[in-house]
Design a binder for this molecule. Structure first.
Ligand code: NAP
Length: 343
């Protein structure tokens, strides 16, 4: 298969760097353009990220010498990955879609728009069809959810299908990398936990309902979220309690999660065979030990146990930069290719 040329918008940020790393080794896509703000435009990529390269390994050699471009849609690519800051992301992504480009975005700007699929391929692959209703012709916008939402919906999806979710309480401990780079000042972060991430609780309380809805109406359950910024580097930890419509034992919950493998036969390069791993050890998951599971695409779940107020509680760990961001956008693009959107 001839590789599809793609642009990375916001290529210099912490998520953009992950996109560059994943795309440099991708079997279907290749980087045609790296784009960022006016401050970075005109610099070679290696210069633009000098002193702030935070992705694993070195800058891919093919990207290091590329000249960073402004985010203008005349690049002529059919596919763009956006890791733009919220705000500028909105109009820039629309301009690329109008130019016939399929934009797979991490930014929040379009997530809750009616015809923008808020896509997690294992959970709501059919929602991708709404791209055709956006009015951009061959272009369009596909969003992946908030990084903590991504972990929560993957854990909830097999449970909602098997037992019906009635209500969820979730408390998060979210890594510093979730705030971008340079992010939270060291004097606020080190040895500390901050019980506020502006706007985050609203996203975690609304996005799962759109994702687990039927594509037109949101799911009917309720979510209460309490979010905290913790001094871990990568991987958001979620402590969730769930009440079901139909009773379920903790063994049944663990079995539903462990056997969840909806993309197994699709051959998408970025999809782990099993998106959920139920860890048998009582002190897992932990950000330091579990954020890299499945190259960052597998959500680790542990401590599944009965709850005195709800039916069941568990802890989940999602890699915010990969499953919650760069890897999610790439997986969405892979699904789009499989469904014929880029042919
Ligand atoms: P970041 O490190 O602050 O990077 C922001 C990127 O946006 C940089 O490449 C920056 O370019 C570019 N940018 C900012 N203003 C711009 C403008 N006016 N025009 C063009 N480019 C502009 O942020 P991040 O953490 O990578 O997050 C990127 C996006 O992903 C955000 O929308 C965020 O909400 C979302 N997200 C982040 C995470 C996470 O865990 N960090 C997870 C899920 C989703 P310069 O370097 O040139 O300024």
């Amino acid at each position: 298969m001839k590789k599809i040329k793609a642009a990375v918008l916001g290529a210099t940020g912490i998520v953009g760097q992950r996109l560059v790393g994943i795309l440099a080794a991708h079997p279907w896509f290749e980087i045609e353009a790296l784009c960022a703000s006016a401050e970075s435009a005109g610099l070679r990529y290696a210069e633009a990220v000098r002193g702030r390269w935070r992705a694993p390994g070195d800058i891919p050699p093919g990207a290091a010498g590329m000249v960073v471009q402004p985010c203008l849609p005349d690049i002529g690519v059919r596919l763009a990955f956006s890791a733009l800051e919220a705000g500028p992301a909105g109009p820039i992504e629309e301009s690329f879609a109008r130019a016939g480009c399929l934009v797979c975005t991490n930014a929040r700007d379009h997530r809750m728009s009616a015809d923008v699929p808020l896509l997690v391929p294992e959970v709501n692959a059919d929602h991708i069809e709404s791209v055709r209703r956006q009015g951009y012709g061959s272009g369009g916008i596909i969003a992946n959810p908030n990084c903590a939402t991504a972990g929560l919906v993957l854990a909830l999806a097999p449970l909602h299908k098997a037992f019906g979710v009635r209500r969820v309480f979730v408390a998060t401990m979210q890594a510093l990398s979730g705030a971008g780079y340079p992010g939270v000042p060291a004097l606020d972060a080190v040895g500390n936990i901050i019980p506020l991430i502006p706007g985050e609780e609203e996203k975690i309380e609304s996005e799962p309902l759109k994702i687990l809805g039927d594509g037109t109406r949101p799911a009917g359950f309720r979510v209460s979220a309490s979010c905290h910024r913790a001094a871990s580097l990568e991987g958001h930890l979620l402590s969730a309690a769930v009440e079901f419509e139909r009773g379920a034992s903790c063994q049944a919950v663990a079995a539903a999660m462990s056997s969840f493998a909806p993309l197994r036969d699709l051959g998408l390069p970025g999809a782990p065979a099993f998106p959920l791993f139920v860890h048998p050890d009582g002190d897992r998951p932990q950000p330091c030990r579990d954020a890299g599971r499945g190259d960052g695409m597998t959500v680790t779940v542990g401590r599944i146990r009965p709850d005195r107020l709800f039916d069941c509680r568990f802890t989940a760990l999602v890699n915010n930069l990969v499953r919650g961001a760069a890897g999610a956008a790439v997986l969405n693009a892979e699904l789009a290719v499989r469904r014929g959107y880029l042919s």
